[in-house]
Unconditional design. Structure first.
Length: 135
């Protein structure tokens, strides 16, 4: 894990220390909402936690493995949640629209996605996402 990211606020942008935020989910606690899972998955990308990303990916769309080598070259700059639709504890599905800013080889970029989530047996899973066009 990237030590500098862990010493300060959680990479997900919550403003809370990592140990009090996404670390709980990365250690196995169930995320209480689709947004909490999305934020913890963003943090997992920042920290290159492939096992967590695969474990929280719905079995119907999960790849066999991830190649996070590109992520190691990516400098994640921040996450902004744009909108959340459903995705609470009593819901079976939900979506989260977000914008993640990053740099690769000094070139800035933005990922604007609407992610869909399903809740099964009390746990949220990432199903898929629709990439929005650049603004």
């Amino acid at each position: 894990m990237r030590a500098a990211a862990l010493a300060n606020s959680c990479p997900c942008g919550s403003g809370v220390a990592y140990a009090e935020c996404c670390a709980h989910f990365h250690r196995g606690a169930a995320a209480p909402s689709a947004e909490a899972l999305m934020r913890s998955r963003y943090s997992a990308y920042v920290l290159c936690l492939e096992d967590y990303l695969l474990a929280t990916w719905h079995a119907s769309t999960r790849p066999a493995r991830l190649d996070l080598e590109q992520e190691r070259r990516t400098q994640w700059l921040g996450l902004r949640v744009v909108a959340t639709r459903s995705g609470m504890a009593d819901d079976g599905s939900g979506s989260v629209e977000f914008v993640a800013r990053y740099k690769v080889n000094g070139k800035a970029g933005r990922l604007h996605e609407i992610s869909r989530f399903l809740r099964e047996q009390g746990r949220w899973f990432y199903l898929d996402g629709e990439i929005e066009s650049a603004e």
